[in-house]
Design a protein around this ligand. Structure first.
Ligand code: GRF
Length: 252
């Protein structure tokens, strides 16, 4: 694991022994040195597309802004860019056939995704452009530990092409939302949001591009806050969602 991190995170310690050294209470006489890696919060990332949010997260992990590690990347699309981006970084990445349905996983596929994530001992499942709705067994296996990023300020414009919905509705501000995944469509508790103004001459493409750029700031900031144990979820209310202010892992 340390070797994998060193390979994937070239700018970090060359030895991989960059962890915290813990001394026992009572001083240093006859102590045992215990080295723990700082990146013990394990992410399982699921995507179906090009994987720019995965890249933003992996880059933020490499700089130390997000105290986590990518344990596995999984896709329902064999030639998805996200798998190629993960393999370039030396991270475990697998295609799992989604089965016979178009918008959800069939039972066997769902079981295969769940066991791959369990085998990788993930703490958090991060959906990064995963184009299938997750159902019962999957949600139960990782209850409260699945997050998604959506390209609008929820609860406005859930579902597909949210940037186009926002533009056509005529809102002046839209943005992106990181939320917990529940059984509904883009309906779980909101962990963080970032606003993006809608400009008079925006097209769906220009607006989508700016929202996408905002996602690359918001997602790492939210994952960092979760990895640091800074988020408290009470029903729909989430405290200390993300840090604001200058610095790594924060929002502007
Ligand atoms: C993003 O727009 C995200 O909001 C949506 O899926 C897209 C994924 O893009 N859930 P990428 O594959 O991370 O570039």
């Amino acid at each position: 694991m340390i070797a994998k991190q060193t390979q994937a995170q070239g700018s970090q310690s060359q030895t991989g022994l960059s962890g915290r050294v813990a001394l026992p209470e009572g001083g240093a006489t006859g102590y045992q040195v215990r080295v723990t890696t700082p990146n013990s919060f394990r992410l399982g990332i699921l995507g179906s597309g090009k994987g720019s949010n995965f890249v933003a997260l992996a880059d933020a992990i490499a700089t130390g802004a997000v105290p986590a590690e990518v344990a596995v990347v999984l896709s329902d699309v064999e030639d998805a860019g996200i798998l190629a981006r993960a393999r370039e970084r030396g991270l475990p990445a697998s295609f799992i056939a989604p089965g016979k349905f178009r918008t959800k996983l069939d039972e066997a596929a769902e079981a295969a995704f769940v066991s791959a994530l369990q085998e990788a001992r993930v703490d958090l499942v991060v959906l990064a452009g995963f184009m299938r709705v997750l159902k019962g067994e999957f949600l139960r296996a990782f209850e409260g530990r699945i997050i998604n990023i959506h390209p609008s300020l929820l609860p406005s414009f859930p579902g597909l092409a949210a940037w186009r919905q926002a533009l056509e509705h005529g809102v002046k501000v839209t943005g992106c939302t990181v939320h917990l995944v529940d059984a509904g469509v883009d309906s779980g508790a909101i962990l963080g949001q970032l606003a993006v103004p809608v400009l008079d001459d925006d097209t769906p493409e220009t607006l989508h591009q700016r929202i996408h750029a905002a996602e690359h700031t918001l997602y790492p900031a939210c994952v960092a806050a979760l990895a640091r144990g800074e988020m408290q979820v009470q029903g729909r209310r989430v405290r200390a969602a993300v840090r604001h202010g200058a610095g790594p892992g924060t929002l502007p």
